[in-house]
Design a protein around this ligand. Structure first.
Ligand SMILES: *Cc1c(COP(=O)(O)O)cnc(C)c1O
Length: 396
C-alpha cells in the first residue's frame, strides 16, 4: 500500500472531462470499433500533422505492426538504440529480424547520427529511432540518413507527444511514428498506442493487421449493430492475411479524446515542473541534468538526472532504494536493452555500447507528474541531496 505522504514517480492527470467522456461512451452501447476511436485518431494525427492515425491497444503492438507493415522479417536488420524501454527493440525480435544497436550521444541520449549511418549494411531494412525521454534531437538527421540510403525510418515517439524539433512535431519524421499511452506518458488511455503516417497504403495495411487481417478498406458498420453475429455485415468473417487483435476500445479512446483536448495544458504543467527541478538542481556538482538543444521544444516525459562519473552503479542503486525508503518514487531509467537476459542470449555483452552503459549505470528518474508542487520538489531534492552525500554512501 502507498502511504499518504508518498510522492510517486508518476501519476495520471484525470479530470471531470475524462470522466464525462468515458461515461458517455459507456452509456452509448458501443464499446469497440466505433466513432470515438476515429475521433481520437483524427485528434492525434492532426496534432502531429499526419494524414492518418491508427489507434491500437499498446505502443508495443503499434511498433510490432509497423514492422509487419513494412515487411520486415527473418534475415533483415533494423538499426536501433540500446538505451530505451525494451519494447523498441523487442518489436524487431517479434518479426524474427535482427536488431543492430548503435551507441548514443551522452548529451541528448539519442543515437549518434554518425554511428547510425556507419551501421547501415546490405541487410539493413529500416532505422528505428527513439525520442528518448521525449527529446527529438537529431531526428532531422536520421530522416536525411534514411532518405540517402532509401530506408524507411520508424519513429518510436512513445515518449514524445507534443515535442518539436525546428518546429516540426515528433511523429512526423519517419515513414511512420508510434505513440504510447500507458499511464506514465504525457497523455494516457489506460493502455494504448497510436500509429501516425502519411502513407495511405501503409495505413490501410495497419488497419487490417490490427483487426484480424480483415480486408483492406474494411469499415465498421455505422449503426451499433452486433459485429460478432456472422456474416450479416459482409466481410466481418473474411480474413485476407495473418492479423492480430490490436484494437483500442471506445472506452480507452474516450479517455484519449479528453486528454488530447488538455494536451497543451498538460505539457505546460510538465514544463513548469521541469523548470523547478532545473532551478533547484542546476549547478549541483554531483549531478548531470537533462540538456535541451536550442532547436528543441521538449515535451517532458520524465525527469532523469545522472550522477557524476565518480559514482558507481551500486551507489546509484542504493540512492534509489534510499529515496524509496523515504516514500519517494525513483527508478533506473533505463537499464541497457542489450544487457537484458534475452538479448545476452543473442550474444550481446557489457562493453559493446560504452556510452549507453555508462549513462545507464548512473541515471535516476525522479518523481514527475503534472500537479507536483514546489513543496514536493523541495522534499524530493532535499532527500536526494541527503542520499547522494558522501556520508550517506559511507565514503566521507
Ligand atoms: C512506453 C513506450 C513504448 C510502448 O509501451 P506500451 O506499454 O506498450 O504502450 C514503446 N517504446 C518506448 C520508448 C516507450 O517509452
Amino acid at each position: 500500500m502507498t502511504s499518504p505522504n508518498e510522492i510517486p514517480l508518476s501519476r495520471p492527470d484525470i479530470t471531470a472531462l475524462e470522466e464525462e467522456l468515458v461515461l458517455r461512451t459507456l452509456r452509448s452501447g458501443r464499446l469497440s470499433i466505433g466513432p470515438v476511436v476515429e475521433q481520437f485518431e483524427a485528434a492525434v494525427a492532426a496534432r502531429v500533422g499526419c494524414h492518418h492515425g491508427i489507434a491500437v491497444n499498446s505502443g508495443t503492438s503499434g511498433l510490432h505492426m509497423c514492422m509487419l507493415g513494412l515487411g520486415i522479417g527473418p534475415g533483415d536488420e533494423v538499426i536501433t538504440t540500446p538505451f530505451s524501454f525494451i519494447a523498441s527493440a523487442n518489436c524487431i525480435l517479434m518479426t524474427g529480424a535482427t536488431p543492430v544497436f548503435v551507441d548514443i550521444c551522452p548529451r541528448t541520449l539519442n543515437m549518434d547520427p554518425a554511428k547510425v549511418e556507419a551501421a547501415i549494411g546490405k541487410r539493413t531494412k529500416a532505422i528505428l529511432a527513439v525520442e528518448t525521454f521525449g527529446n527529438p534531437a537529431y531526428f532531422d538527421q536520421y530522416t536525411a540518413i534514411a532518405a540517402r540510403h532509401e530506408l524507411p525510418m520508424i519513429e518510436d515517439c512513445c515518449e514524445a507527444l507534443g515535442a518539436t524539433l525546428k518546429g516540426r512535431p515528433a511523429g512526423h519524421f519517419g515513414r511512420c511514428g508510434v505513440f504510447g499511452f500507458y499511464p506514465n506518458k504525457q497523455i494516457t488511455t489506460g493502455e494504448g498506442g497510436l500509429i501516425v503516417t502519411d502513407d495511405a497504403r501503409f495505413a490501410d495495411m495497419c488497419r487490417s493487421l490490427r483487426n484480424q487481417g480483415r480486408p483492406l478498406g474494411w469499415s465498421a458498420p455505422k449503426a451499433a449493430e452486433p459485429t460478432h453475429g456472422g456474416t450479416a455485415t459482409g466481410s466481418w468473417l473474411r480474413h485476407e492475411r495473418l492479423g492480430y487483435n490490436y484494437r483500442m476500445s471506445e472506452i480507452n479512446a474516450a479517455l484519449g479524446v479528453a486528454q488530447m483536448r488538455r494536451l497543451d495544458e498538460m505539457i505546460a504543467k510538465r514544463q513548469r515542473v521541469s523548470r523547478w527541478y532545473m532551478e533547484r538542481l542546476g549547478g549541483h556538482k554531483d549531478l548531470v541534468l537533462p540538456t535541451v538543444e536550442d532547436d528543441v521544444n521538449m515535451s517532458w516525459f520524465v525527469y532523469v538526472v545522472r550522477l557524476a562519473p565518480s559514482y558507481t552503479s551500486d551507489e546509484r542503486d542504493r540512492i534509489i532504494r534510499g529515496l524509496r525508503a523515504h516514500d519517494i518514487g525513483a527508478s533506473d531509467y533505463f537499464p541497457c536493452i542489450h544487457l537484458q537476459t534475452h538479448f545476452r542470449e543473442l550474444g550481446f555483452r557489457p562493453g559493446m555500447f560504452p556510452i549507453a552503459e555508462s549513462v545507464s549505470n548512473r541515471t535516476i528518474a525522479l518523481p514527475f507528474f503534472n500537479d507536483m508542487t514546489q513543496k514536493d520538489i523541495d522534499i524530493v531534492v532535499g532527500t536526494l541531496e541527503l542520499m547522494i552525500s558522501r556520508e550517506n554512501l559511507g565514503r566521507g
